[in-house]
Write a protein that binds this ligand. Structure first.
Ligand SMILES: [Zn+2]
Length: 69
């Protein structure tokens, strides 16, 4: 049985600051549960974007993502 509460030993969810290129707004992507990518939505158009976390992790601190269609 796995309790629904989050693991208290986990650090707070890391996030990545990104610039949504098409809308030219700043937002945050949060690490997914698997730790394989940062995912989030553009605050303006609501499009879901992902930044995959590579083998070396995300050394970059700031990303530009394209939320345009
Ligand atoms: Zn957008």
């Amino acid at each position: 049985m796995t309790p629904p509460s989050p693991n208290p030993t986990n650090v707070p969810r890391p996030f990545l600051g990104v610039n949504f290129a098409a809308c030219r707004v700043y937002g945050r992507l949060y690490k997914n549960r698997e730790g394989t990518a940062y995912v989030g939505r553009c605050p303006r158009c609501g499009k879901l974007v992902q930044v995959p976390i590579g083998a070396h992790g995300t050394a970059q601190r700031f990303f530009i993502v394209d939320c345009g269609s």
